[in-house]
Ligand binder design. Sequence first.
Ligand code: NAI
Length: 245
Amino acid sequence: MDKKVAIVTGAAKGIGRAIAQRLVDQGCFVVLVDVDEEQGVLATNELGAEHACFMPCDISKEADVAALFQSVIGEYKKVDILVNNAGILRDKMIWKMPSEDFDAVIDVNLKGTWLMCKEAAKVMRQQENGRIVNIASRAWLGNRGQTNYSASKAGVIGLTRSLALELGKYHVLVNAVAPGLIDTPLTQGLRGEIKQKLIEAQPTKTMGRPEDVANVVAFLTSSETQFITGQTIYVDGGKSIGAGS
Ligand code: NAI
């Protein structure tokens, strides 16, 4: 495989789908990973078999993640780029939140990202090159109703910083992107008046597009970007400026 090989998790829809498209446009071969097989296959067919393939995987399951990397290495021999984008929400005030909702969010958003990073680190350390981008969230700064989600995304940022230290000398760069309010199936589920309030609270008075996040991932994974690691880049229309509001 002459092209760079990129793995994108949660690539069946939303931000992950846009990242897969952007990396294909940048000349990569993209392995789309998702639990949603129907949408994953659909997205892959749209990208074309010469540019992409679909591999089903639940990133929160260690055996699934190990099997995924075995398949990718068996098939393509390398992993140049990993984008950990898969994530879920289970919002509620803490006094109403069952502990299962805490576990589910931590399992996918934090442990799943960690499991993927661990397998990628083994490969990239040997290759002596690679890029990892973890999709965190502006919500790590704090959001009512998101104690589980904020904690998971704060964990992702801590993981990113520590992994950047561990992999720096192997020429592997590890960064995080923290999106704010982005128009995807995840936020399309919000009630009309709640969504309007959230948009009003934005400095830009707009929602972001999945492509806004994909552009930053393209920048962080491009060959021209060589000296940025361990950083978190906000793509949030300025919302992080007034953190905690
Ligand atoms: P989405 O819900 O539209 O897409 C997420 C994808 O991840 C889905 O295709 C889903 O099937 C997949 N997924 C869920 N659990 C999985 C698992 N265990 N293994 C593999 N795949 C799994 O979400 P969206 O909005 O595109 O979000 C993408 C990422 O961006 C998430 O990590 C989310 O937390 C983050 N984010 C999104 C924001 C937004 O406003 N949409 C804001 C800040 C962060």
